[in-house]
Design a protein around this ligand. Sequence first.
Ligand SMILES: O=C(O)CCC(=O)C(=O)O
Length: 246
Amino acid sequence: MARWLLALLAPLAWAGAVPEEPRCTVEGADAALSAELFLRRFAFSRPVILRGVTDNSAFRALCTRDKLLAAYGQRLVRLSTANTYSYRKVDVPFQEYVEQLLKPQDPTALGSDTLYFFGDNNFTEWGPLFQQYVPPPFRIPGTSGAYSFGIAGSGSGVPFHWHGPGYSEVIFGRKRWFLYPPDKTPHFHPNETTLAWLQHTYPTLPPAERPLECTLRPGEILYFPDRWWHATLNLDTSVFISTFLG
Ligand SMILES: O=C(O)CCC(=O)C(=O)O
């Protein structure tokens, strides 16, 4: 689907917005990137944003608010607190999440008091939806992909953390990413939301201490290598899916 049409349709499907920062310091690649070059240049060493490598318009059409509510409204979804270690989990019907909890982030709330729907998905109930997702094309030898699907309000996000390599794709909305290599631990508090970190810590960082960053739009896929620190900020109410390689 053309990007201008997506931009028009996205606010109709899921609402809300935080101002966008146009700076993008993550390398980009297009459909000309080969699997061999992906492995040599990015897989083990640096993030990359892949553009135009898959077409998820069919999956996107199933992820509108109305379609998801009709299909899964009565199903339970598991929410996690939006702090670095996401200790607390809460199960709610998907409809209750969408109608009552899916709100813009309160900038004064702690991560431990902010519920985020991402991961812990029920692959039996949501399997028919996930089967329509076209995953990113490149694999690291010896790994397979596991999905984490999410929907979250504008200004929400996950504070800095790290784990194995993976991809993240935005289906609706825009998501700003912040990344540091494994040997550069960011300045952050694990119970501070990304929005609070952006307001209080980010402006104080000298240029050499700034993260790599970029805002992802539908159709763009971020790859992050093993152990890279990352934090996210949804600029709009967003629908998104990560593919973890393990
Ligand atoms: O999409 C998000 O907000 C969180 C993604 C993330 O942290 C991950 O894929 O590891």
